[in-house]
Design a protein around this ligand. Structure first.
Ligand SMILES: [Zn+2]
Length: 492
């Protein structure tokens, strides 16, 4: 940790050196998915970005408490507190319980993230599991005078809050502009002003997801859960809050207002935002068909790409861009990443076969290692780190073909760093190729053992056992041939 980590703080609009509130400990909150459909690749990119950040902070030696929520209630179809609950709508369309929707897509989300080798967060709280905390939080905002109740619903009073504490500092919006640009209320709304947002909504008679509260049977506003849960697990002021760029406004702005209304202090020191993923130069959207789901990408079952790409190639492709830049997914870009990834993997695997010379090295490992850290310390610059890893691969290949030398001390240090950055920081895995190779080695070993057991049985005239082995293997398309030279087998 002798070098300084610098992060781009969206709140300040610039890079700042990173100083956690409690030495050696980091509290990080990231807005998780709303589990009403299969997680899409754009969301995966956000979570892979924060997985990189989580991993690197730990690599530097920090103890990180990473909280990422699961939104299982309260997220309406649009940001103006209108429309149906996304989960309730899906449940209605499919005639199943809302919690079945939640269960199905929570599993999909976790499975997909595991395929991407993303580490699970330290705590994964749900909105429905924290209704008590949310109701308590609303009471506190009401006590401070920054919210009002109308017909069983409670709204945050943005204009009143803004008189005491500036609203809009994260997204750099000014309240006059917001007021000027917002549509007038249609008379149907209970809100005093269009900028106000719901903390609690009274459930309509047909709304199936509802809970009792002092104001009505209803449900919490979407912005509230993150404030209630981040405060509960990370305190009234914590280090990092992350999420997709699209959440900056209104979601994160509202989170800040809610927390400041109660605690009278800035809740988060560093706001980090991951940029979006586009597909063939256009925004991904289900409605236009310009969309591809992770499992469609891994299986190749889609009409957009010509072949399948593994989760590791996809992860590597995403990490080849900085988390704050837009990444465009396309056939050619993925193919290039696949080539690069394979080259990197070969380099990593070759490390164990390199032979050190007893003399000096032709590569300054110390400086290279420092450069790798500097890349990551510069706002988690993974593309720059990957470029240094490729420099090392070039050198590894040259040593392997006898063109360059490496001392045993340097080989050990290069191997440790390369593997550390590849497996632990970038979270990459060597591909299935090795897994398959291992599996086939194990299969061949097992079959050879069975052949020996069968030969022994035949020698003992125990034909019951020898036939059992032959017949059982034939059932699973493994054929045994007894010849004069011995027994052989064929796997079909
Ligand atoms: Zn959130």
């Amino acid at each position: 940790m002798e070098q300084k980590l610098v992060v781009y703080n969206s709140l300040k609009g610039e890079k700042e050196s990173f100083k956690p509130i409690n030495k050696d400990h980091v509290g990080m909150y990231v807005c998780g998915p709303t589990v009403y459909s299969n997680v899409h690749l754009g969301n995966c990119r956000t979570f892979i970005s924060f997985d990189l950040i989580f991993r690197y902070l730990q690599y530097l030696g920090y103890k990180v408490r990473y909280v990422r929520n699961i939104t299982d209630a309260g997220h309406l179809e649009n940001d103006s507190d209108e429309g149906e609950d996304r989960i309730a709508k899906k449940a209605r369309l499919e005639s199943i319980e809302p919690m079945e929707v939640v269960q199905r897509y929570t599993i999909d989300f976790r499975d997909t993230m595991a395929k991407f080798n993303a580490l699970p967060p330290s705590i994964e709280p749900t909105a429905t599991g924290h209704l008590v905390e949310q109701i308590e939080f609303i009471k506190k905002i009401l006590d401070q005078g920054y919210a009002y109740e109308v017909n069983g619903s409670v709204y945050f009073d943005v204009l009143k809050f803004n008189k005491d504490m500036p609203y809009g500092k994260l997204s750099r919006r000014n309240i006059e502009e917001l007021v000027h640009n917002s549509r007038a209320l249609d008379g149907q709304s209970d809100k005093r002003n269009p900028q106000d947002f719901a903390l609690w909504k009274k459930a309509e008679p047909k709304h199936i997801m509802r809970w009792p509260s002092p104001w009505s049977d209803g449900f919490p506003g979407w912005h509230l859960e993150c404030t209630a849960m981040s405060t509960k697990y990370l305190g009234t002021q914590f280090d990092i809050h992350g999420g997709g760029m699209d959440l900056k406004f209104p979601h994160h702005e509202c989170e800040i207002a809610q927390a400041e209304a109660v605690n009278k202090k800035n809740p988060v020191n560093y706001w980090l935002h991951a940029n979006m993923l586009t597909l063939n130069g256009k925004k991904m959207a289900k409605s236009t068909g310009n969309n591809i789901l992770p499992y469609e990408m891994f299986s190749g079952e889609n009409s957009i790409l010509k072949k399948s790409f593994s989760p590791m190639v996809t992860r590597f492709f995403m990490l080849q861009a900085h988390y704050r830049s837009i990444v465009d997914l396309s056939q050619s870009a993925l193919e290039a990443s696949e080539k690069g990834f394979n080259r990197l993997v070969e380099g990593i695997l070759m490390l164990d076969q390199l032979v050190a010379s007893d003399s000096s090295s032709d590569f300054n490992i110390g400086e290279w290692n420092k450069n790798c850290y500097s890349a990551m310390n510069d706002d988690f610059n993974s593309p720059s780190l990957i470029a240094y890893l490729f420099d090392a691969v070039k050198y590894i290949n040259a040593v392997s073909s006898g063109l360059k030398k490496i001392s045993s001390e340097d080989l050990e240090s290069l191997s440790k760093s390369m593997k550390g950055f590849f497996y632990e920081v970038l979270g990459l895995l060597t591909p299935e190729k090795d897994k398959n190779e291992n599996e086939s080695k194990q299969l061949i070993g097992t079959l050879e053992l069975l052949m020996t057991l069968r030969d022994n049985a035949r020698a003992d005239k125990d034909f019951k056992t020898s036939d059992l082995i032959r017949n059982s293997l034939e059932k699973i398309q493994i054929q045994i041939n007894d010849t004069e030279e011995g027994t052989s087998f064929k796997v079909y």
